[in-house]
Structures are given as C-alpha cells and as structure tokens.
Design a protein. Structure first.
Length: 261
C-alpha cells in the first residue's frame, strides 16, 4: 500500500504542467536567438555582454504566465503587480532593473529590430549598468488569436554593480546613433530612480500599430514547431517513466499478495 501511495505521488509530480518550463531557460531557440542579438548589439558598442540569470528567467516566466492567465499585456497587472513584484517573488534583489515586452511577432529577428528602433527598449538592451538577463517566450491565445508573447527582464544584483562610467543616458544616445559622453558616478547612478523603480519599456498592443512592418499576424514558424516537438518528447518521456514505475510497483505488490483475490 505504501508503494501505491509513493507511485501516485510520483505520477502527480510528473504530470505538473510543463508550459512554464518551456517558456524559460535556454530551451527555446527564440530565446537563444534574442540573447545572441542582444549581446551582439552590446559587444559592437563596447558594452559588456549580459549573462543569463536563472532567477530572472523564472521571474520572466512567472510574469508571462500571469499575463496569460489575467488576459492582459502591460508592465503592471490589473491587480497592481509590477515587474519588480515578480523579481521579488523569486528572490532577485536588484540594484538596477528593467523590462521589455513584445507581442504578435513571428520571429526573434523582427522582434529585436522593433525593440532596437524603440528608444525605451533599445535603452534597456544597451544600458551598460545591466549585467544579467532572463527571458520567457510562449505561444498562447490573446484577444482571440494565437500569438507569441515575449518577456525580457534585465538587472544587476545589489552589491554587484557594473564597473562602468557610462549611464542610461549614454545608452539612449547610442540608440539614437550618437556618440555618448562618458559621465556620471556610481552615487549619481544609484539615485537616478532606477534603484527604486527600474526602467520600463513595452512593445504594447497599441504600439504595434505603429510598427506593423515588424509585426505579423501568423505565428506558425520553426520556433513554434520546435516547442511542439519538445513538448511531445517530454510527454512521451513522462509516459515511459510512469509505465516503468507502475510495472515495478505492480510486480512487487502482486508478488507480495496485495492484489491477489
């Protein structure tokens, strides 16, 4: 009987929905492509590349899940949750933090181009004070149609400030195609408002009407196909593991007389 309880618990754990797992981490080609593009932009301008932080990945995945469940697309949820709320939930203590959102894009390249042409999003991507990033992407239904939602969270943890004289204003100058002036000190940057609130950018539904050249209504692509294959493989693996465990338990309990009539 104890074995039956054990196998039931294992099955329950294995059957936990996997959408959040596939929405975060390096499992998604979309995320890998956007990370590569982001670091390429920074490297070309002499800015330190971003490293992936697991806590930020979970914060981004949790934010995406909350938007999906709540039927909203915004930095602040209808219940008042901010991007920083999700960072706090996963224990990411930030000194600087930012968030980019995107929806209705067909591939990471068009999404990235749109972000780079939007000053606020570009500023987050090139902000030299950010050292880490976590992303989540998922194909879901929003406002009656299937689409892709992307969440990117940028940050630098408390006590791990980046050694740079560049500021967020310099990042904005770079986004406009100019040459930044090296200025600012650590104390000045610490008190510029990012410490308590963070910079925010969003490719929102209304903004998409201004950049339709980058937005697409069809989302059937190779990234969605890879996600589908990954889900199928993971599901099959679950079935195999459950079958093996059931066979093991039944063989033991039948031999012990548990199921004999």
């Amino acid at each position: 009987m104890k074995r039956s309880i054990l196998i039931t618990s294992i099955i329950a754990i294995l059957l936990v929905p996997t959408s959040a797992a596939f929405a975060s981490g390096g499992q998604s080609p979309w995320i890998e492509a956007e990370l590569a593009l982001t670091n390429q932009e920074r490297k070309q301008r002499g800015i330190a590349e971003l490293t992936v932080n697991t806590s930020l990945e979970w914060a981004a995945a949790t934010k995406l899940s909350d938007m999906e469940k709540g039927g909203y697309f915004a930095h602040t949820s209808p219940t008042g949750l901010t991007p920083w709320s999700f960072m706090d939930k996963v224990g990411y203590e930030y000194h600087y933090a930012g968030e980019n959102l995107a929806i209705h894009f067909n591939d990471p390249t068009s999404e990235h181009v749109a972000w780079m042409q939007s000053e606020k999003h570009c500023q987050n991507i090139l902000d030299p004070r950010f050292s880490e990033i976590g992303m989540a992407v998922k194909k879901t239904y929003f406002e009656g149609r299937e689409t892709m939602i992307v969440v990117a969270m940028f940050g630098t943890r408390s006590g791990r400030e980046v050694a740079t004289k560049l500021t967020k204003e310099d990042a904005l100058t770079l986004c406009k195609g100019g040459i930044p002036s090296v200025s600012g000190t650590s104390d000045e940057r610490q008190s510029d408002g990012l410490f308590s609130g963070g910079s925010v950018g969003s490719i929102s539904s209304s903004a998409l009407t201004n950049i339709d050249v980058f937005a697409k209504t069809e989302t059937e692509n190779r990234y969605g196909f890879v996600e589908l294959i990954s889900t199928v493989v993971f599901t099959l693996a679950q079935v195999v593991v459950i079958s093996l465990l059931m066979h093991l338990v039944l063989s033991h309990e039948t031999r012990d007389g548990v199921y004999l009539s």
